[in-house]
Design a protein around this ligand. Structure first.
Ligand code: J2J
Length: 542
């Protein structure tokens, strides 16, 4: 099972999921072809004044697949995709799916540190970028990456390509024979939130992902008339698949891409495009809740407002329905697989006070203590899961996989949860070395390693600190060698190392020594207490 780069389900499980009709042998390539045949003239994706019908998307995907083929991109190749919410995101992924090449979904906020790693680790042959986006020139980044990563042959750009290849010039009308792509093949690599040095890559197959779309569509009542507003970056698993942009296309609905997530950008779109469903992270939901009463837009088309990616406070959750006049749906998911939803017809109490329940009856859930022994029903414990769309291992991470999964294939989510009598899950915390900054995940160790690269830093430990708006922010405790650098110097240092801005610690505390656990490990629990207490004292003084 673990011998390939792409760990997979044991045969008896694969056979079972097929027998139960979860996995139906469909690929993304055939799915789009089928939609284009059935409803070619309907709009699939809208961005500003631009719209692409299903037929046009299907056609563009073929032309682009031919263009990629001419460039030498072939089945099994990895291609790092670094596009924001633009129509080309969709033409590119469907072209790659048809070729059997694997997109690796980078987030728009990633910078050279992350991109170098994705390209190097996956031995990517191509890197696809916008020219500029959000005041950042991705071509500058591409030059650096291309110099460093020897496997990287091509940089492909939407917009002004400068010395690179222009995506617009790539579409070829030449006929190419598309390779046989099996539904069991890995379709793409998603990114894990990460709790170790570098994010792990998540291999998702056509079969498993399409299954998750189909079930998400049922639960969210998606159909041809659904209009999904993508405000979060669609490369992320949540807006991509829960049901997200791909779930919307699976249902034959329409995806509207927002240029930004602010109320000023999103609210007029909801009114104009008659949006029926959208997905937010909690801090964004708070901003929208604040803004809704002072902006007079017509929200009558909106049926479902999803909030997920981080814990949504019950108090804020209660405000959603009165403010927007639509149903709140809490979503607790992970790129590794398992997604929990509150159901649209759940009681208001369940919707505001739980993070929902697994979407599939084939999802297996266990809540265990540190020794993997099941806790008493209703008690808090660690969530383990296994199922038809939850991976059995990360890409090229054999050693890590033995820790991240149980011997019988359950994924250790690292989430502390309790499950009520109706099977609804309440997220109570986390037992992984990660900060969840309003839905953006920061692996403490990754940033600690960057800090350790500074000559004046002897040791570093990053923990979460409570924050009213983001839920959590990050605080780095740093022990210095001789001279203590300033906070802004260290932050600048991290930025220059090319890490995504959201990973730069919100606060840096200099300290002489760390508290330790009885086993001699740095006590992050103690550090969290220390910073939380300091914040309380400061708040009291103000
Ligand atoms: C508390 N913690 C949550 C929630 C995720 C749908 C929705 C979200 C993601 C996602 C996703 C949470 N309350 N409602 O992929 O398809 C934390 C947990 C979880 C981790 C996964 C999807 N929703 N979380 O957020 O891979 O700690 O996926 O294990 O980015 O986010 O993060 P990620």
């Amino acid at each position: 099972m673990m011998r390939t780069k792409y760990p997979s389900w044991p045969k008896e499980f694969a056979d079972f999921y097929r027998k139960e009709n979860c996995w139906r042998g469909e690929t993304f390539g055939t799915m789009l072809r089928e939609r284009a045949k059935r409803q070619g003239e309907r709009i699939a994706v809208t961005s500003g004044e631009l719209s692409l019908s299903y037929a046009a998307l299907d056609n563009e995907a073929d032309r682009l697949a031919a263009g990629f083929h001419v460039l030498g991109i072939k089945k099994g190749d990895r291609v790092v995709l670094h596009l924001p919410n633009v129509i080309e995101f969709f033409t590119v992924i469907f072209a790659l799916f048809r070729l059997g090449a694997l997109p690796v979904f980078a987030l728009p906020s990633h910078r050279s540190s992350e991109i170098n790693y994705f390209c190097e680790f996956t031995e990517a042959v191509a890197y696809i970028i916008p020219d500029t986006y959000a005041d950042f020139d991705y071509r500058t980044l591409a030059r650096e990456v291309k110099n460093r990563v020897s496997t990287l042959q091509r940089v492909i750009v939407t917009g002004d390509s400068e010395e690179f290849i222009s995506l617009a010039d790539l579409c070829a009308d030449t006929f190419v024979e598309l390779p046989e792509v099996s539904s069991e093949d890995v379709a793409f690599l998603q990114l894990s939130g990460g709790s170790t040095g570098l994010s792990k890559l998540i291999p998702r197959t056509h079969d498993d992902y399409i299954y998750s779309l189909r079930v998400s569509d049922e639960i969210c009542q998606m159909d041809q008339n659904s209009v999904y507003l993508a405000v979060l970056p669609v490369a992320h698993n949540y807006p991509l698949s829960s049901p997200g942009a791909l779930g919307t296309l699976y249902a034959g609905g329409r995806v509207v891409l927002a240029a930004g997530a602010s109320p000023d950008e999103a609210f007029p779109l909801i009114e104009r495009e008659r949006i029926t469903i959208t997905a937010l992270v909690p801090p964004l939901a708070l901003v929208w809740l604040e803004a809704v009463s002072s902006r007079h837009y017509d929200f009558s088309s909106l049926k479902v407002l999803q909030v997920g990616g981080a814990k949504f406070s019950e108090e804020a959750a209660r405000r959603v329905k009165p403010a927007f006049g639509c149903i709140l749906q809490q979503v607790f998911g992970m790129a590794e697989g398992l997604v929990n939803y509150t159901r649209l017809d759940d009681s208001e109490e369940t919707i505001v006070s739980t993070q929902g329940r697994p979407m599939s009856k084939y999802d297996e859930i266990r809540v265990v203590d540190e020794d993997d022994v099941d806790v008493e029903p209703g008690s808090v414990g660690l969530l383990l899961t296994r199922g038809p769309y939850t991976i059995r291992g990360y890409y090229k991470a054999e050693e890590h996989n033995t820790k991240a999964f149980t011997a019988d294939g359950f994924y250790r989510t690292g989430d502390l949860v309790k499950v009520d009598e109706s099977g609804n899950i309440v997220v109570e915390g986390r037992d992984k070395d990660q900060i969840n900054r309003g839905g953006e995940k920061v692996a403490a160790e990754e940033v600690e390693n960057h800090l350790l690269a500074h000559e004046a830093v002897l040791d570093a430990a990053i923990v979460s600190m409570p924050d009213e708006f983001l839920g959590e922010r990050s605080c780095a405790f740093v022990i210095t060698r001789h001279q203590t650098p300033t906070v802004s110097e260290l932050k600048r240092f991290l930025k220059e190392r090319g890490i995504a801005a959201f990973k730069i610690p919100d606060r840096i505390e200099f300290i002489h020594s760390f508290p330790y656990t009885p086993l001699g490990k740095v006590s992050k629990k103690k550090l969290r207490q220390m910073i939380a207490e300091k914040l309380i004292v400061r708040a009291a003084a103000n």
